[in-house]
Design a protein around this ligand. Structure first.
Ligand code: G6P
Length: 596
C-alpha cells in the first residue's frame, strides 16, 4: 500500500503535494518522492518519512506535479526504489500504488530494447513502457501501457511541458478532487480535505486527465464518462480511517485485499524450484512471538497435513534455550514487523546452528529480512492498529503457500488437490467479505461478552491456535480476561471456573473434531455457561447446543482458521468498542517490541 497525490492548477505545486502526501502517510512511510513540472521536469526522492524529504527539498518551481509515499512490496526501501520514476528521455515521471505481476518479463524485454533501469521495483517498467507508447498523447500512452501489464495499480503521470496529470486505477483506490482553477488526484480523500470536499471517485479500469481547466474521466474502452461529484463531510481524522471508527476495523475490512495481494503471483509460481520451501527438509521449526506465534501454530498443522514434514514450534524468546538437533530443521521465522528483538535473536541463533532460515514478514527491508536466507513478504500494507489483524491473516496465507510448496516437493500433494486448494485460496477474499457482511450478527453477539470478567475460547486441532488468537485479541483490546483452550483440556482445570457469568466461545467446524467439540459444548452448557458457537453456514446441529451461533461460509476445514479468525477479531473489536477502550493503542502494548 502506498499513497499517491497529483496536482494541476495555478499555485506552486510543491507545498500542496507535500502537505497532501502527509495525510497519506498511514498508507506507507518508508520512502517518499515528488516530481514537479516547471520549465523542466524536476524529481526529488529519498528514503525515510515525508518530513525528512521535506527538510532537504530543493527549490522546485511549477504548478503541476505528483508525489508518493511508499510502503515497499518489491525492492527494499531506498532512494533508488522510491517513486517517482523517470523514463530514459527524462520526459515522464510516474508514481504507482499496487503490484505489477509480470514486471520481470517486461523488464527483460525493455532491457533488450535498450532501456536503462535505475531501481529494483516492479513499477519502473511502467514508465519505460509509457515512453515507448507515447505518440503525442500521454493519456493514450498510459492506456496502451496498462494493457501490457498484469497486476493491480493506481498510477499517476506527468510529462515535461504539459500541465496535465494523467491517472488510472485497477483494484487500488484513486479519487479526483475538484477545485476552482485547480484539480487533484489522490489515493483517498484524506489527502484532499484541506483543498476541496468535491470529489469524483475513479472506478476500476477507469482513467482520468486532470488539468487546471477541468477533469475528464474515461472508461476501460476509452469512452468519456460523466459522473456527478460527491461531497465529503468527513474530518481529516475520519478520512484517514476511511470512515471507520478505528484503524483496527479498517484493517479488518482490508483483509480481502490483503489476502488477494499476498496470493498475487505466488499461487501461479507455487512449484518454483528455487524457493527454499521447494527443498526437502526432514523437519521444520517455526519460531515467532505474540499473534505471529499463533499463526505459526496454524502453520504447523498446515505443513504437517500438506507435506507430512514433522514441524515443531518455539516461542522466539525461548528458542535460544532449546537444544540444537543433529538433523537441521528449516527454521521459519514469522514476524509482521520484522523487528521483534526475540525473533531477530532466534534468526541469528538458527543460522549459528547451521539451519536454513525462511522469514515471513510484512515489512520489506526490515532487519529480519537481512538475517535470513529467504524472505516471503505478506502484502498486507501498513498496519497501524497495535493488535495484529490483516498481518495475521496474511501470515496464514504465507504458511498455506509454504505448506503447499513443501507438499509439492515431497510428492504429498497431487495435481488434483493442488488445483482445488488453489481455487479455495483464490476464493478466500470473497469468503472473508461474506464474514464481514455479517458484522451486525457479530456485533450483537457481544451482548454475551461485554459484561463478563472472564471468557474462555475453545477449539480443537487447527482451530486450537485460532481460539488462542481470539482470546489474545479480546484480552489485548477489551481488557477482559480471556483464555484460549484446547477443548479437550477444559475438564483438566477451567471447568472449575465456569458458571452462568463466564461465556465460552467455541470454534465448531464440521470436520473430524466436530462430534467431540459438540460434546465439549454440552459439558460447558451443563455448567450454565453461555455458549457462542462459530460454525459452517449449513450446520443444523449447533443451534440445539449453543445459545448463539455465528455462521461462516463452508470451506475445507484446513482453511477455516482464516474465516473464524475474522469473526474473532470483529468480536474483540466490537466488545472493546462497547467498553469504550482505546482500541488502536491498548495500554502498555506496542506494535513492535524491540527489547528482549
Ligand atoms: C507485539 C504486537 C503483536 C505482535 C507481536 C509480535 O506484541 O503487539 O501484535 O503479534 O508483537 O510481533 P511481530 O512483529 O514479530 O509479528
Amino acid at each position: 500500500m502506498c499513497g499517491i497525490v497529483g496536482y494541476s492548477g495555478s499555485r506552486q505545486a510543491v507545498e500542496i503535494l507535500i502537505d497532501a502526501l502527509k495525510r497519506l502517510e498511514y498508507r506507507g512511510y518508508d520512502s517518499a518522492g515528488i516530481a514537479v513540472c516547471g520549465k523542466e521536469l524536476q524529481v526529488y526522492k529519498d528514503k525515510g518519512e515525508i518530513a525528512k524529504l521535506q527538510e532537504s527539498l530543493p527549490v522546485m518551481k511549477g504548478t503541476v506535479g505528483i508525489s508518493h509515499t511508499r510502503w515497499a512490496t518489491c525492492g527494499r526501501p531506498s532512494k533508488e526504489n522510491a517513486h517517482p520514476f523517470v523514463d530514459c528521455t527524462g520526459r515522464f515521471a510516474l508514481v504507482h500504488n499496487g503490484i505489477i505481476e509480470n514486471h520481470m518479463a517486461l523488464r527483460r524485454e525493455l532491457v533488450a530494447r535498450g532501456h536503462k533501469f535505475t531501481s529494483e521495483t516492479d513499477t519502473e517498467v511502467l514508465v519505460h513502457l509509457l515512453e515507448e507508447s507515447y505518440k503525442g498523447d500521454t493519456h493514450a500512452a498510459l492506456v496502451e501501457t496498462l494493457k501490457k501489464v498484469k497486476g493491480t495499480y493506481a498510477v499517476a503521470v506527468v510529462r515535461s511541458g504539459s500541465n496535465e496529470v494523467v491517472a488510472a486505477r485497477k483494484e487500488n483506490p484513486l479519487v479526483v478532487g475538484l477545485g476552482v482553477g485547480e484539480n487533484f488526484v489522490a489515493s483517498d480523500v484524506t489527502a484532499l480535505l484541506n483543498y476541496t470536499n468535491k470529489v469524483l471517485y475513479v472506478m476500476d479500469g477507469e482513467s482520468a486527465v486532470i488539468s487546471p481547466a477541468g477533469v475528464r474521466l474515461f472508461d476501460e474502452s476509452g469512452q468519456e464518462v460523466r459522473r456527478e461529484p460527491s461531497t465529503i463531510s468527513w474530518t481529516i481524522d475520519d478520512a484517514e480511517k476511511g470512515g471507520f471508527g478505528h484503524f483496527m476495523l479498517k484493517e479488518i475490512y482490508e483483509e480481502p485485499l490483503a489476502i488477494h495481494n499476498t496470493l498475487l503471483g505466488y499461487l501461479d509460481d507455487i512449484s518454483d524450484g528455487n524457493s527454499i520451501g521447494s527443498s526437502r527438509f526432514s523437519s521444520v521449526k517455526i519460531v515467532a512471538c505474540g499473534s505471529s506465534f499463533h499463526a505459526a501454530m496454524v502453520g504447523k498443522y498446515v505443513i504437517e497435513a500438506l507435506s507430512d514434514t514433522p514441524t515443531t514450534l518455539e516461542l522466539a524468546s525461548e528458542y535460544r534455550y532449546s537444544p540444537g538437533t543433529k538433523e537441521l530443521p528449516l527454521v521459519v521465522l514469522v514476524s509482521q514487523s520484522g523487528e521483534t528483538a526475540d525473533t531477530l535473536a532466534a534468526a541469528r541463533e538458527a543460522r549459528r546452528r547451521g539451519c536454513k532460515t525462511y522469514a515471513i514478514t510484512n515489512v520489506v527491508g526490515s532487519t529480519l529480512t537481512r538475517e535470513v536466507d529467504e524472505v516471503f513478504y505478506t502484502r498486507a500494507g501498513p498496519e497501524i492498529g497495535v493488535a495484529a489483524t490483516k498481518t495475521y491473516i496474511t501470515q496464514l496465507v504465507a504458511l498455506y503457500l509454504l505448506g503447499m510448496r513443501m507438499g509439492i516437493a515431497r510428492g504429498t500433494i497431487g495435481p488434483d488437490s493442488l488445483r482445488s486448494m488453489r481455487s479455495e485460496l483464490r476464493s478466500m477474499p470473497k469468503h472473508v467479505r461474506t464474514v464481514l457482511d455479517n458484522s451486525s450478527a457479530i456485533e450483537e453477539a457481544t451482548d454475551m461478552l461485554v459484561n463478563a470478567r472472564d471468557v474462555f475460547f475453545i477449539g480443537r486441532n487447527i482451530n486450537y491456535p485460532t481460539v488462542l488468537e481470539g482470546a489474545l485479541k479480546l484480552k489485548e483490546i477489551s481488557y477482559i480476561h480471556a483464555e484460549g483452550y484446547a477443548a479437550g483440556e477444559l475438564k483438566h482445570g477451567p471447568l472449575a471456573l465456569l458458571d452462568a457469568h463466564t461465556p465460552v466461545v467455541a470454534a465448531c467446524v464440521k470436520d473430524h473434531t466436530y462430534d467431540k467439540m459438540l460434546a465439549n459444548v454440552a459439558e460447558v452448557a451443563a455448567r450454565d455457561s453461555p455458549v457462542l458457537a462459530i460454525g459452517f453456514e449449513d450446520d443444523t446441529e449447533l443451534n440445539a447446543v449453543a445459545d448463539r451461533v455465528i455462521r461462516i461460509p463452508k470451506v475445507s476445514p484446513i482453511f477455516s482458521p482464516m474465516l473464524i479468525t475474522v469473526v474473532l477479531q470483529m468480536l474483540a473489536y466490537y466488545t472493546a468498542r462497547r467498553k469504550g477502550c482505546p482500541i488502536d493503542k491498548p495500554r502498555n502494548l506496542a506494535k513492535s517490541v524491540t527489547v528482549e
